[in-house]
Ligand binder design. Structure first.
Ligand SMILES: [Zn+2]
Length: 321
């Protein structure tokens, strides 16, 4: 091999090594502690992420989550205070109503992981969500879980103009094209989460489907228990009839805090009764107490993505979703 060829070979090899290093995270496995930066600036971190808590203590509490997963220190974090100033550029046109591909019923399992009691759906029995603003294609319904607090009026993660609600249900979906939630969190358009505020009432305005789902958590006595829920989830009643919502690009509200979420936060609360709040606040936490002792709400974040709404829009301030 001549010196010239040798130099050329070295240059090509160096280029290939550089290219490989630059694109390895996109092509191979992304390990805990690694992150990707999407072209839009979103930080993307892999699942799972463990060792975090909601207690206000150093090391595991919310103020230390960025040490557990670098995404938690990003600039597109959730939850947010949804204070929308009505004006130009803050409206998104709802071209399609949010809807599932089926109005039928699906099976699910309830599980208490000690942090956020969750209803899981098996991948072959779930439904596909369409119509989320700023997205294309179908999103698979992955799980439904609840955030709450023992203090009335403080259980939601998001707030509207500084006002919190009694709780917040998250309907989590991943983009069908990515095949799994583990892959989806590594893409800026990987997830759609529909958030429903919960509000306690003492009349008959309760949302039957959400009430049934929360009631199904009542049988979970210990951590790690899992049961098939006694009724099938009625997809036609899962999404609210009034689809006024706030929407923005944000993150998971637990580590790894991947900035892969299109949030759709429904404006009007879903009503539940005192019994459902009692079921939630009696659920055991992973450390032997109750989840509600510390709540399972992440404090509000100051993200820099624009919060839009799809209601009270004039023609002048519409942008296509
Ligand atoms: Zn959540």
């Amino acid at each position: 091999m001549t010196a010239d060829k040798s130099i050329l070979t070295f240059a090509v090899a160096s280029f290939l090594v550089t290219l490989t290093l630059a694109f390895t995270p996109l092509l191979g496995t992304v390990h805990t502690g690694d992150y990707l930066t999407a072209p839009n600036g979103a930080l993307l971190c892999p699942l799972p992420s463990e060792g975090f808590s909601y207690k206000p203590v150093a090391g595991t509490g919310p103020s230390s989550w960025a040490e557990i997963s670098p995404c938690c220190g990003g600039s597109r974090q959730s939850p947010r205070n949804l204070a929308v100033i009505h004006g130009v550029g803050k409206c998104v046109e709802q071209t399609t109503r949010l809807h599932y591909n089926s109005t039928g019923q699906i099976e699910g399992h309830v599980f208490n992981n000690g942090k956020d009691p969750t209803i899981h759906f098996s991948s072959d029995a779930t439904a596909y969500l369409f119509g989320a603003p700023g997205t294309h294609g179908a999103y698979v319904l992955y799980n439904i879980h609840v955030h709450f607090n023992s203090l009335l009026g403080r259980g939601s993660e998001h707030a509207i103009s500084g006002r919190f609600f009694d709780g917040e249900v998250h309907l989590v979906h991943y983009k069908a094209e990515y095949g799994s939630v583990q892959e989806a969190v590594l893409h800026p358009d990987g997830l759609v989460v529909v958030a429903l505020f919960l509000e306690e009432v003492n009349d008959n305005r309760g949302n039957g489907e959400i009430i049934s789902l929360i009631d199904s958590l009542a049988n979970l006595k210990g951590i790690g228990e899992e049961h098939q829920i006694p009724h099938h989830v009625n997809l036609a009643q899962l999404l609210p009839t009034s689809q006024d919502y706030y929407t923005y690009d944000g993150s998971l509200t637990t580590p790894p805090c991947s900035e892969s979420v299109r949030w759709i936060v429904v404006r009007n609360p879903v009503y539940i009764h005192t019994l459902e709040l009692q079921i939630l606040t009696n659920l055991e936490s992973a450390d032997g107490g109750l989840i509600s002792d510390t709540s399972n709400d992440r404090p509000l974040q100051t993200g820099d993505t624009e919060i839009q709404r799809n209601f009270a829009c004039s023609h002048a301030d519409l942008t296509l979703g």
